[in-house]
Write a protein that binds this ligand. Structure first.
Ligand code: URA
Length: 210
């Protein structure tokens, strides 16, 4: 844990993550666990979200009560695996606006290639939480955040399930203002750019492709 990278080592998160890492875990269970973990990670990454108040009537008396300023939040899924984290985040923050950045990783160069970009208006006024389960080389995450900043985002945070030390370092170098929240910081990357010990290809494990 550093200022830049928060590891959520809550027992429930770690228990669920272990089941997800196991290669014997079937697709449907993997997806369900990712949704459950994303609730717990969402709790951590939203600790200091902007609040507002609203007037309500309790059964006893009127009250000016705290409420989340949900319209000021943008969740941005880095496709396609980001959608697994996004779904759980939306369970908790249904009024958040949602964007998508489509990037695939060129398996030869490991460089990201953009094929889709659609984000909410007025990104400069929002807290933007970019989500992608795997922070591996960091290339896709850095490219996605480059694009979000080009579109006006100034307050960006990054949420993932697993991070590599290489990915965290790359993000810190390119975007030192973007804090990272993750369920685990693994050992390293292998020669193919996969996180070790990791959990394999998150998109394939979520959707049963290969
Ligand atoms: N993307 C994945 O899905 N898994 C890795 O280990 C690295 C990148």
């Amino acid at each position: 844990m550093t200022d830049h990278c928060t590891v959520v080592n809550h027992p429930l998160v770690q228990h669920k993550l272990t089941i997800m890492r196991d290669k014997a875990t079937p697709t449907a269970v993997f997806r369900q666990l990712l949704r459950e973990i994303s609730h717990l990670l969402a709790y951590e990454v939203t600790r200091d979200l902007p609040m507002t108040t609203m007037t309500i009537d309790t059964p006893i008396q009127p009250m000016e009560a705290p409420t989340l300023d949900g319209r000021k939040l943008a969740l941005v899924s880095i496709l396609r695996a980001g959608n697994g984290l996004l779904d759980g985040m939306l369970d908790l923050i249904p009024s958040a606006r949602v964007g998508f950045v489509g990037l695939y990783r060129d398996e030869e160069t490991l460089e990201p290639v953009e094929y889709y970009f659609k984000v909410p208006a007025e990104l400069d006024t929002r807290v933007v939480i970019a989500v992608d389960p795997m922070l591996a080389t960091g290339n896709s995450s850095v490219a996605a955040i480059d694009r979000l900043k080009e579109a006006g985002a100034t307050d960006v945070r990054f949420l993932c399930l697993l991070a590599s030390p290489e990915g965290v370092a790359r993000m810190k170098e390119a975007h030192p203002d973007v804090p990272i929240t993750t369920a685990a910081l693994d050992e390293r990357l292998n020669e193919k750019g996969y996180i070790v010990p990791g959990l394999g290809d998150a998109g394939d494990r979520m959707y049963g492709t290969k």
